[in-house]
Design a protein around this ligand. Structure first.
Ligand code: SF4
Ligand code: SF4
Length: 114
């Protein structure tokens, strides 16, 4: 479930508002969006993937609240870590899957996602 939007990192691009399939965020002129409907979050991670500044944290706990401290997330390097693990990179505000991302298979071998 979405747990945090960092005002310090947010650049008010409203990409999270656009990509969220369940309309969790509320856009606000000149301000960071508001997490207005946290209970509607489907834990799909789309907002976290698309955020160009790693300002969002989605907890893998889909049904439970998982309050987090921004300072702790920063210290642990968890802001944006989901996107980085999937091989997405931030490039001039755009996002592209990195080519040749090794994807582990059940048999222990890896294949390229490219
Ligand atoms: S994780 Fe998915 S459903 Fe939840 S706020 Fe982000 S985009 Fe919306
Ligand atoms: S996508 Fe990230 S930077 Fe853009 S408005 Fe949402 S939280 Fe802020």
């Amino acid at each position: 479930m979405i747990e945090l939007l960092s005002d310090a990192r947010c650049i008010d691009c409203n990409l999270c508002v656009k990509v969220c399939p369940t309309n969790v965020f509320e856009a606000r002129p000149g301000e960071a969006p508001l997490i207005a409907r946290q209970e509607d979050c489907q834990t799909c991670f789309m907002c976290e993937l698309y955020c160009p500044t790693d300002a969002l944290y989605v907890s893998p706990l889909a049904e439970l609240r998982d309050p987090v401290a921004e300072e702790r997330l920063e210290q642990d390097g968890r802001l944006g870590s989901y996107a980085h693990r999937l091989g997405w990179r931030r490039e001039a505000g755009r996002h592209r899957p990195r080519p040749h991302v090794p994807v582990p298979r059940r048999d222990g071998r890896t294949v390229s996602a490219a």
